[in-house]
Design a binder for this molecule. Structure first.
Ligand SMILES: O=C(O)c1ccccc1NCC(=O)[C@H](O)[C@H](O)COP(=O)(O)O
Length: 205
């Protein structure tokens, strides 16, 4: 079985970044979307990545920000991958890849269903399927995925926790998982024990 991709998102402190690395996650996410309780500045993200093992993928998270702003922040933060949560165009994703960034297209399960059934999605996009509101700790109805074709590498997000992730991986068989709220002690405050428990549970499948 292919190794499950595990991303912990919304990291803003050195202890959380260290816990992500030590517990064996594959990716660490930094949120640059205004209004998020996990918002970090590009220089903060750059500092948090210092000393992380090079194999950990660093992901900058954005939503409906001008692509030139996304590029500038991603460059200053030194992230390898850009995750976009808004109405960004295919051209935006192409521009990011042309500039050397990996990309993750984050899309709500409702939008995914609508666009998939209409044939409006590209095969080469790395997809993260989320609930309607990203970072809200809400799960989505998996029945909405019925009748749609998902790439093997798709990433499941939305309301995951150390307690539900193993069953959801067994049931939905995503290629990866992503979490933010479910590993926090309070909104925007990561809990290193919950980070470790989540990664262990995800890897137990
Ligand atoms: O986490 C945020 O605050 C956020 C704000 C704006 C756009 C995206 C955001 N997070 C993106 C993520 O990848 C989250 O990990 C994902 O939506 C799952 O969140 P949660 O349901 O809290 O686990």
């Amino acid at each position: 079985m292919t190794r499950l991709f595990v991303k912990i998102c919304g990291i803003s402190t050195p202890d959380a970044a260290l816990a992500v690395a030590e517990a064996g996650a594959d990716a660490i996410g930094f949120v640059f979307a205004p209004g998020s309780p996990r918002l970090v500045l590009d220089d903060q993200a750059l500092s948090l990545t210092q000393g992380l093992p090079s194999e950990i993928e660093t992901v900058g998270v954005f939503r409906n920000q001008p692509i030139d702003e996304v590029l500038a922040i991603a460059r200053r933060a030194g992230v390898a991958t850009v995750q976009l949560h808004g109405d960004e165009s295919d051209a935006d994703f192409d521009r990011l890849r042309a500039e050397g960034f990996g990309t993750i297209r984050a899309i709500s399960v409702e939008d995914y269903r609508r666009r998939s059934l209409a044939g409006q999605l590209r095969a080469d996009d790395r997809l993260l399927i989320d609930a309607v509101e990203p970072g809200a700790g809400a799960t989505f109805d998996p029945a909405l995925l019925e009748g749609t074709a998902l790439p093997e590498s798709w990433i499941l997000a939305g309301g995951l926790t150390p307690d539900n992730v193993a069953e959801l991986v067994r049931t939905l068989q995503p290629g990866g998982v992503d979490v933010s709220s479910g590993v926090e002690a309070s909104r925007g405050v990561k809990d290193v024990t919950r980070i470790r428990d989540f990664i262990a549970a995800a890897r137990s499948v």
